[in-house]
Design a protein around this ligand. Sequence first.
Ligand code: CMP
Length: 139
Amino acid sequence: MTQRSLVLVKPDGVRRGLTGEVIRRIEAKGYTLVALELRTATREILAQHYAEHEGKPFYEPLVEFMLSGPVAAMVIEGERVIEGFRSLGGATDPTTAAPGTIRGDLGRDWGLAVQQNIVHGSDAPESAEREIGIWFPGL
Ligand code: CMP
């Protein structure tokens, strides 16, 4: 089934000049970019995007990190793209994410309060549509 997923290159990825590498891997895998915008998040957007993490110890550092610079927000499309991009991205912790994945190849632990793990990808069809509505209302 054709799906859409919301992908963010987080501020660490944009700062390190990895936006093109992330897009290259998405396109090389065969997924289609249907929206792409470089922008700085707001507290309002992040409160919606990370609602499920509110109250967790890493929530405030996560919000501050996500506000620390621009993100590259995109919507990608393809058959089973949600699980496909999560496979491309790798496990949350970049130290142990499998080599061959974005986080496994390009990420590491920087000793900070929040895991800076380069990318976000929606984890289920319902969250994908919810997140696309937050970042790209009307799409
Ligand atoms: P992501 O899964 O895209 O969205 C939640 C983010 O919170 C996650 O990426 C990490 O950047 C961060 N995160 C998740 N778990 C932890 C943790 N235990 N400690 C620090 N940061 C975390």
